[in-house]
Design a protein around this ligand. Sequence first.
Ligand SMILES: [Zn+2]
Length: 128
Amino acid sequence: MWVITNDRMELGQIKDFCTCEMCEKRGFYEPIITNQIYITDYDKSQRFHGYKFYDNLIDLIKPGDIVNGHKVLQIYKKNILNIRFFEKYLECRSYKSSQPFNLYEKDIKNIVTKEQLESMKYVVERDK
Ligand SMILES: [Zn+2]
């Protein structure tokens, strides 16, 4: 399972759950996440207000995000073989080529959200 903060500045994968005595006492087993996100019983009491959870990484991607270095233009759902199975894919455009191409869940190696990108723009601004 994947988690992203509402401001889309932090995202990570829930790898496991803590089994320490404190968690056991509280009755809330804190998730172990692959980055700086710490979800506690306080967050639970707030109904995880600051986070969104997804089964698939592709579901947290939005147009304007950068995936594997390519800008995501659109997100499509494809109905495979006309049965009740939907596969989502991303239509991306590379900075190197004008031809859009598709990326699937299994292809996703890294993501920079639009919001992270915008915060980085500030870093490279020239001093006035
Ligand atoms: Zn614990």
